[in-house]
Design a protein around this ligand. Sequence first.
Ligand code: ZN
Ligand code: ZN
Length: 359
Amino acid sequence: MPFEHGDRRDRVRAALAGLDADAVLVTRLVNVYYLTGFTGSNGALLILAGGGACLATDGRYRTQSAAQAPDVDRVIDRAVAGALAKRAVLAGVGRLAFEAHDVTVEQHGLLLAAAEPASLVSLGRVVEELRMVKDDVEVALLRAACAIADRALADVLPHIAPGRTERAVAAELEARMRAYGGDGAAFETICAAGPNSAVPHHRPTDRVIAAGDFVTLDFGARLAGYHSDMTRTVVVGRAADWQREIYPLVAAAQVAGRAALAVGADVQAVDAAARDMIVTAGYGEQFPHGLGHGVGLEIHEAPTLGTTATGVLAASVPVTVEPGVYLPGRGGVRIEDTLVVRPNGPELLTTAPRELREL
Ligand code: ZN
Ligand code: ZN
């Protein structure tokens, strides 16, 4: 088994002492996967502080759950959270920690009733915080997912030309990522040409690429549950003066942001390292999003690198660095890499060239 699920559950147990809780009920599916290896679409996990864990799922996943999570008890019941709450009470649990950020008001009412007479306390984002720091197997999967995206981009760049549509380029990128072993796109591939490149999360359309366009490609591959994330911006034909002004600015800010990634670095300071350059150049208002985000089992996960984010970076935390400058009606530039924070400087996982390319 590549992942140490038992060790991960022990780390959750260690957090329970501070909450004075006897057990934790994990309902976020991505967290259930992280703690057990179970990939079904309906599941929850009960971890008892004193030892022992139980996975609940429904009859569709009876065989799959036994194979994927052989080291935990199982309950087969469609109402996974309620079934585990009842089991917790039978096990003598008096205070049950639950993932308040994942539970609707309606689900909370059902959970309260099922857990009677035990009381509920919020676990907070304990599992998400544990997930921030990746082990070597996780980083290897991210590295492989990033390499797939790099190879796909190298194939597709020569085919970006006047007359092709955003949709066609995005589809080709996704097809190449699958051809190189990706399980699929990490998220809906962005191909934004001309004025559309000034929209940070533009969705590909039938717009035909024209000479003089900035073309922004923001995409990634998914591999064994892990996501890569990369953005490159190119110019079709010769770059105009305004393009020659903002591209090097974004590129320099991106270098500064990457250089600021260090063990112990404040996440706001990392954002500022890149943002200050863009603000100084007079384009602060044209950089309307955070510098980056954690990436792993989710495309966007903790930590956040941004002006209102809090916390410091630890070793082995993968993050993106993606400053942008967007000029409405004209076009925009974003350059994004996925990196891992390391004691001796960040490790780059996406390596496609970053200098201004005129296709
Ligand atoms: Zn991206
Ligand atoms: Zn991103």
